[in-house]
Design a protein around this ligand. Structure first.
Ligand code: FPP
Length: 270
């Protein structure tokens, strides 16, 4: 049975314990759709693979910046269930980069007490990548610092389908209507213990969710950066956090003017 508490109030259980910087809450969980590696390279007359190499450097930079900002969970959309449609050569290059990243960054994770996790369909990954993920998770599982969740062979719809399959399997074939609740589905997502993302950033100026954290992102704040991912800096991340801190999150509740003073005082940024 999944360990996560089964509550059924969307938006309630999902608020992480945001660290406070300068009186305003830092988004406990931030997700990033790292887009624009290919365009970054093309705009310089370079092969797309060069864009991915620079994209990897940006990812390293942003992991450090996120940890310094006090973000507790960072989900990076590394490879989607749809990315297999790309040329075999490009897919092979990205997979090799991921492997290199998982191996090469271990000293950095140790130093910064960063825990590595995965979301996505592991069964669809090649055994060597799956093994590299398993090792990185195992080596970092006791770390109490930031958690980096690599969305790899990840699709939001796929995750929901897999959660429903787990639910069906758990009910031993007797899958009753009453068994299908938000809490029951949520408890069978890939990482049910994680708080929902507070902030989702997408680079390269695209206004699309592209199958990223469909369930978990229901109440996230979205921020679109015009920069290509390889150009995204720690400063850009800090600006996105600042932008987030100026938003009024309502989780489907009334607009601030309609709320009572007492409610407003209890609210905060979360
Ligand atoms: C998005 O740009 C990039 C990807 C889908 C590739 C994977 C990401 C990296 C190599 C960087 C981070 C890696 C790790 C392991 C943390 P795109 O190719 O979709 O760009 P385009 O839309 O301009 O073509």
């Amino acid at each position: 049975m999944p360990k996560a508490a089964e509550k059924d109030r969307p938006g309630e259980r999902d608020r992480g314990l945001s660290e406070t910087r300068g009186g305003k809450a830092v988004p406990a969980h931030t997700g990033i759709i790292m887009d624009g590696n290919g365009r970054w390279a093309q705009s310089r007359g370079l092969p797309r693979t060069q864009g991915h190499l620079e994209g990897l450097k940006a990812a390293k930079r942003i992991v450090k910046a996120a940890s310094d900002l006090g973000i507790q969970y960072l989900t990076l959309y590394v490879f989607s269930t749809e990315n297999w449609k790309r040329a075999g050569e490009e897919v092979g290059f990205i997979m090799a980069l991921i492997k290199k990243y998982l191996r090469g960054e271990l000293a950095f994770y140790r130093e910064n007490r960063i825990r590595i996790r995965h979301t996505g369909d592991r069964g669809g990954l090649s055994p060597d990548i799956a093994e590299e993920i398993r090792k990185a998770e195992k080596d970092t599982q006791g770390f109490e610092g930031m958690q980096v969740i690599l969305a790899l062979n990840y699709g939001g719809r796929d995750e929901i389908v897999r959660a429903l399959r787990r639910l069906a399997a758990a009910s031993g074939g007797g899958f009753s209507e009453a068994a299908i609740t938000e809490a029951a589905i949520r408890a069978r997502l890939d990482n049910p213990d994680l708080p929902d993302p507070d902030l989702i950033i997408r680079t390269a100026g695209e206004f699309r969710i592209s199958n990223f954290l469909l369930w978990e992102g229901a109440y996230a704040e979205y921020m679109i950066s015009p920069k290509f991912w390889p150009d995204f800096t720690g400063e850009d991340l800090a600006l996105a956090v600042k932008d987030y801190q100026n938003r009024e999150r309502r989780f489907g509740g009334p607009a601030p003017a309609e709320r009572s003073g007492a409610e407003k005082n209890a609210g905060g940024a979360g």
